[in-house]
Design a protein around this ligand. Structure first.
Ligand SMILES: NC(=O)c1ccc[n+]([C@@H]2O[C@H](COP(=O)([O-])OP(=O)(O)OC[C@H]3O[C@@H](n4cnc5c(N)ncnc54)[C@H](O)[C@@H]3O)[C@@H](O)[C@H]2O)c1
Length: 479
């Protein structure tokens, strides 16, 4: 990096090293049903429903490889038998029973914990059935895709003695945790507003439009599928519940906007002229998981980006007002030349900001296709081009201060193992930071997305209270 960035512009420079940050204060959770979902004595009996890429890599193989001493898979379930067979081999559990029926799996496998990694619009069925059977659940985000399903999950969670935890891994990341600590310590005083812009590059952004994610009925739109992560971070940083949302959105790049289209990249006649052509045959894992199992369910993993049935937004701008009066300006772009984000908090005593991947700030260009390959590797998620993250604060009428953290993009800013340790090893890195997300957190994150979607559809501001029976609270930790 240039010298101007390194020293002279800043009054103070502080380095925080991962081990120092995340090792601090690690404790064992008080009870198995406290923060941990692990079984009290023997290995935690796990079942997983949804043996797609997320299920078999991030949850399946990484648990088998790293938590085999405390957890064991006793069942895998999917509607695609071929994918399930491959999953068993990939995870490394050759004797694990396979189930086409979730009900049967619960009955036979008698799990301690259900992991839900199916298509977004189907999460509710498995969450509710597991909670009603008194079994703890960890679900992938988004918790679900409609207000009605959200209400049903909230009711199931409230009547069950079992717990529902959301896999909001971003919260645990080093950078995002450090921001939470600085805000909590009053670094910029009372927060009044936040600017948050997220950019998906052409590789990553387009990947959503090739898959089921491009269909609103399945993903709820990217306002839920993708932005749920960002809305959850906002809710967690602000510490209050959202009350009102106004949004704009459009579909102007993908789908029927393009002059030509095929059905899928494999064998496409426009292979040489399409800027977004993608060769799935170069990735053996995706071939084994999807291409080799198309005959079972007809799911095409490399579907055309320009197919007319795509009905989600590809540009989104969302305004959020919180119960404590904080207001947020958020946007999501799905066809950016680079991948990254800009984030700034305005407080009564000053401003805090950070960013990632913005070439003009990095004074370097990253290879976006390489970056995307790493993004898609559920266990790696790393890049070497940057060697730091920075958080810049400036007090009103004061000087800038810069906190530098080692660049940690691996495993979602280093957060994945911390989240997994909390779930399976009863190890809690920061007992006071409320890292673990419960059903209410899952609901509030998607309710912003559902409100934004409704706002775009109906051209009006939408109150969070109209959507479910949940009442927004000024202090979310008080609930
Ligand atoms: N936290 C993150 O960063 C992150 C990253 C990627 C994916 N995810 C989430 O993980 C989940 C899975 O994503 P993916 O990319 O692996 O999708 P995928 O399409 O590869 O896998 C989904 C699997 O669910 C199966 N399935 C669908 N309906 C089912 C049903 N009714 N019963 C049983 N199985 C069913 C499909 O056959 C498929 O094997 C999604 O909810 C997604 O939002 C989260």
């Amino acid at each position: 990096m240039s010298d101007s960035r390194d020293a002279s512009r800043f009054s103070r420079r502080k380095f925080i090293h991962n081990t120092g940050v995340l090792g601090a204060g690690a404790v064992m959770a008080a009870s198995p049903l406290g923060r941990s979902l692990a079984a009290a004595s023997s290995k935690t009996r796990l079942v997983l429903v949804g043996t797609g890429i997320r299920g078999i890599t991030f949850w399946g193989k990484s648990i088998q490889d790293n938590y085999g001493d405390v957890a064991e898979f006793v069942g895998l379930c999917d509607i695609n038998p071929g994918r399930m067979e491959f999953a068993r081999r990939h995870i490394g559990v050759p004797d694990c029973p396979l189930f086409g029926s979730f009900d049967e799996m619960l009955k036979v496998a008698k799990p301690d914990l259900v992991l839900v990694t199916t298509v977004d619009s189907t999460h509710d069925e498995f969450i509710i059935k597991a909670l009603d059977a008194g079994i703890n659940v960890v679900t992938e985000k988004p918790m679900t895709t409609t207000a009605e399903k959200c209400q049903a999950i909230v009711e199931a969670a409230e009547r069950s003695k079992a717990r529902l935890v959301l896999g909001f891994n971003y919260r645990y990341g080093t950078l995002f945790t450090e921001i939470r600590k600085m805000l909590g310590a009053g670094k910029i005083g009372e927060i009044t507003s936040i600017d948050f812009n997220w950019y998906l590059n052409n590789y990553h952004g387009s990947s959503y439009f090739r898959r089921w994610h491009g269909i609103r009925e399945k993903s709820g739109t990217l306002l839920l599928h993708k932005s749920a992560h960002h809305f959850d971070l906002l809710n967690w940083w602000v510490g209050s519940d959202p009350v009102e949302v106004h949004a704009y959105g459009g579909l102007e790049f993908y789908g029927s906007n393009h002059p030509f289209r095929g059905t899928r990249c494999t064998g496409c006649e426009f292979k040489d002229s399409c800027t977004h052509y993608w060769d799935i045959s170069e990735d053996p894992l995706l071939v084994n998981l999807y291409v080799n199992n198309e005959q079972h369910d007809g799911y095409i993993r490399d579907a055309c980006l320009w197919r007319p049935e795509i009905d989600i937004f590809d540009k989104m701008a969302v305004q959020i007002r919180y119960a404590n009066n904080v207001q947020v300006s958020y946007s999501l772009t799905t066809y950016s030349p680079y991948e990254g984000f800009r984030l700034a908090f305005n407080g009564k005593l000053g401003r805090l900001e950070t960013w990632e991947g913005v070439p003009s700030l990095m004074q370097a260009q990253q290879d976006q296709s390489q970056l995307h390959a790493k993004e898609m590797d559920q266990n790696s998620h790393t890049t070497e081009e940057l060697d730091f993250h920075e958080i810049i604060t400036q007090s009103n009428f004061g000087e800038m201060e810069r906190v530098e953290l080692p660049f940690d993009r691996k495993a979602h800013w280093g957060g994945d193992p911390i989240m997994m340790d909390e779930i399976l090893r009863r190890k809690v890195a920061y007992p006071d930071l409320h890292h673990q997300a419960n059903y209410r957190d899952g609901a509030m994150a998607i309710l912003i997305g559902i409100a934004a979607r409704t706002s775009i559809d109906e051209g009006r501001a939408v109150k969070i209270e109209e959507l479910t029976g949940l009442t927004p609270q000024v202090d979310k930790w008080a609930v």
